[in-house]
Design a protein around this ligand. Structure first.
Ligand code: ZN
Length: 103
């Protein structure tokens, strides 16, 4: 299993999951029901997460998310899977270029 997407917005996480599964990739959700349970764990640890069950699907899943996010939401780096602010043109973490989405 590999983590492909995490966001504090549960709707965006579900959207990412649906997009990945639409391509025939099996996924699992983690932390779906811990919203509001912040206290003993840090806030970011409680964000819902989308995982792929098969590691071999990881790169495809990342690309699906990277190419379907519109510019109004965070984009996920293809290379390191870190979420980036929409205004960033390169990944803050690894300096990988933002994937260009054809309109
Ligand atoms: Zn990166």
């Amino acid at each position: 299993m590999k983590l492909v997407h995490s966001n504090q917005n549960n709707i965006l996480v579900h959207n990412a999951k649906n997009l990945i599964e639409a391509q025939g990739i099996e996924t699992a959700l983690k932390n779906e029901f811990v919203q509001g349970g912040v206290g003993e764990i840090s806030a970011i640890d409680s964000w819902p997460e989308v995982w792929v069950l098969n590691d071999a699907d990881y790169e495809r899943a990342i690309k699906i998310i990277a190419t379907t996010n519109d510019n109004a939401v965070d984009w996920v780096c293809e290379q390191c899977a870190e979420p980036n602010d929409p205004s960033f043109e390169i990944c803050w973490n690894c300096q990988h270029e933002k994937a260009v989405t054809e309109q």
